[in-house]
Design a protein around this ligand. Structure first.
Ligand SMILES: [Zn+2]
Length: 279
């Protein structure tokens, strides 16, 4: 992509999605946002600029009801009782436990006094070379994990929920039943010995799942997070299929509000359609 670059493609896809979703509101719904990294130096869409992240969290704290994952799962109070313009319940989640969760994310959450959940792939914490991204590249060396010492401090914060994200970060559909059970047991063992507890919530590595994996994983965890799928109607919430909305680098602050309102839901399909036509 040269003259018509990635940023322009993203803007066009966002604009079209906005038009298609005109009038859409997420009021009364549960929005679970998904972040990975908030430094913005890798060029990855899942790495949001730290200055944008701070503005996004401050906006959420002012306009939405930001709740913990556990509160988000409970039906009590759901339905937009708040008079705020957004009247939406928002749960903030992070995948992969990168180091910047400690240095960048935690101070912002503390300043705004909002809770968040962090899904931790335990093998990455044990061994920084096990970077949980599918494709390597020049950015890989920037992706450093939190240490167990940092995670111990995070586990003592009332704002932070530490949750499971597998041990080895393999896509579960590619593993046998026995291999999935072994991976979960290893995640439990590392949590237990380093932090003194076993996590109650889980997110699939790379969002990959099928019904066979779900049967195994749902037997162990209270909730399971997916990737993508928009906001959730609290009346039909299935705790083992929590859809999450990824916040992207190209959202900046300008598009973020539309992201939370669910108006960028068509962005991915429009972007891949444009890419297809240009090939
Ligand atoms: Zn992951």
């Amino acid at each position: 992509m040269s003259s018509f670059g990635r940023a322009q493609l993203r803007s066009v896809a966002k604009c079209i999605s906005l038009v298609l979703s005109a009038g859409k509101r997420s009021a009364g719904r549960l929005v679970i946002l998904m972040y990975h990294r908030v430094t913005g130096d890798t060029g990855l869409e899942l790495d949001v600029r730290s200055s944008d992240f701070r503005r996004q969290i401050e906006w959420l704290a002012r306009h939405c009801e930001v709740v913990s994952l556990q509160e988000g799962l409970s039906p009590r109070g759901v339905g937009g009782e708040s008079d705020s313009p957004c009247a939406t319940r928002v749960v903030i989640t992070f995948d992969d436990a990168y180091e910047d969760f400690y240095s960048v994310v935690l101070p912002v959450l503390r300043d705004a006094n909002v809770p968040a959940t962090l899904y931790v792939p335990t093998a990455f914490i044990d061994d920084a070379s096990k970077v949980p991204v599918s494709k390597g590249g020049p950015h890989t060396k920037l992706l450093r994990p939190l240490t167990w010492e940092m995670l111990r401090e995070l586990s003592r914060s009332p704002l932070i929920t530490l949750a499971a994200h597998s041990h080895g970060h393999s896509e579960y559909p590619s593993l046998s039943d026995a291999e999935i059970l072994r991976d979960i047991a290893e995640s439990d063992r590392r949590f237990d010995s380093e932090l003194g507890f076993r996590p109650r919530h889980f997110a699939y590595p790379r969002g990959a799942w099928d019904e066979r994996c779900e049967r195994i994983v749902a037997g162990r965890y209270e909730s399971i997070a997916l990737v993508g799928g928009g906001s959730i109607d609290p009346l039909v919430l299935n705790p083992h299929r929590l859809t999450r909305i990824p916040v992207l680098f190209s959202d900046g602050f300008r598009w973020f509000k539309h992201r939370v309102e669910g108006r960028l839901i068509h962005e991915e399909s429009i972007a891949s359609m444009i890419r297809g036509r240009r090939r």
